[in-house]
Design a protein around this ligand. Structure first.
Ligand code: ASP
Length: 331
């Protein structure tokens, strides 16, 4: 099983990586007053499973494919991997022993699709895309999402693997729901990409918090919370305690901060400050909370920020595929 304690200490922080990216940019465009270097294509994704996911996305991007196709192909890698126990097939179940999945996708034209509390389907991201492309709606949940998936030819499968079932049975002995920060009883893959045509898209998929109440939906399938893309500005995606991300409409907020001129990293930092402030206002303990954002702007600049140490993300551009430790608030 992947463990994020084995961080690959490649590059220090996004700002340093950004300098590298600029030096290897494959496109330059002239603006009236200054030369703007655009890094593209480029793809970012959360956690160390993002490294493998990025490889699949890069396959699409490096052939001048669309960012939308890249992010779907990318996140399908951990979705299909039974050893990744917080996404798709193999994901940990809810407290009733049911694996319920959340996912959403957004393209450069603000087309959106989402599924929540979807059972038995290995690739919720592809169902979300089908919701986007084949229905008049943007979000389907529960049995309605499953019926739609089956009508589209998706196969009904058992997603509960032995390991997850064993952990759930162990958990039942005390039934104490306490999402642990930076231990793999949650984690989401969020992926955002800028393609060779300069278009942005994003995808986000998860099995959510292990042993959540049946029916619980996190931030990951909620456009504006777990993912947001504005093709004029940039894109952002989130991981961590979904309730806290929803509370601040996190990814929309990050994109709006970029619209105000903030760098991707500063935009993520501002959004994390909002989490910090509301947590204090609500008299909750920040130490019990992890929220991490990653963001990418139209120039291919990127960054991230999180509440506490332990969050990393993978970036693939012309320079290669690197894992970066995110900077954090609680030092
Ligand atoms: N954000 C996800 C959720 O709350 C979990 C995670 O990314 O850690 O469902």
């Amino acid at each position: 099983m992947t463990t994020r304690r084995n961080f690959i200490k490649t590059s220090a922080f996004a700002s340093a990586a950004l300098l590298v990216n600029k030096a290897t940019a494959n496109e330059e465009s002239m603006h009236t007053d200054a030369k703007v270097v655009i890094v593209k294509p480029i793809v970012l994704s959360t956690w160390n499973f993002g490294l493998n996911a990025n490889v699949a996305a890069w396959e699409v991007l490096s052939k001048n494919g669309r960012a939308l196709d890249a992010v779907e192909a990318g996140v399908k890698i951990p979705e299909a991997d039974p050893t990744e126990r917080s996404v798709g097939f193999g994901g940990r179940p809810d407290r009733d022993g049911r694996v319920t999945l959340d996912a959403c996708i957004m393209d450069e034209n603000a087309n959106i699709g989402s599924v929540a509390c979807l059972e038995h389907i290995k690739h919720p991201i592809s169902v979300a895309r089908a919701v986007m492309e084949k229905t008049p709606h943007v979000m389907l949940v529960g049995d309605g999402a499953l019926q739609f998936a089956l009508s589209q030819g998706f196969k009904k499968e058992n997603l509960l693997v032995e390991e997850s079932e064993k952990e759930w049975k162990e958990w039942l002995k005390n039934s104490n729901y306490k999402p642990i920060v930076n231990i793999e009883n949650h984690d989401t893959i969020g992926m955002i990409a800028l393609d060779a045509d300069g278009n942005l898209s994003g995808a986000c998929t998860t099995s959510g918090m292990a042993f959540k109440m049946h029916g619980r939906v996190g931030d990951s399938p909620i456009i504006g919370a777990g993912l947001y893309v504005d093709n004029e500005i940039g894109a952002a995606t989130a991981t961590g305690h979904g309730e806290e991300v929803i509370r601040i409409a996190g990814c929309h907020l990050v994109v709006e901060f970029m619209r105000q001129g903030k760098s991707p990293e500063d935009a993520c930092k501002e959004a994390v400050s909002r989490v910090v402030k509301l947590t204090a206002n609500r008299k909750k303990n920040l130490k019990d909370i992890q929220v991490g954002f990653i963001a990418l702007n139209k120039k291919g600049e990127y960054g991230s920020y999180c509440v506490q140490s332990g969050f990393n993300y993978a970036v693939y551009d012309a320079k290669g595929n690197n894992l970066i430790n995110a900077d954090y608030h609680l030092k």
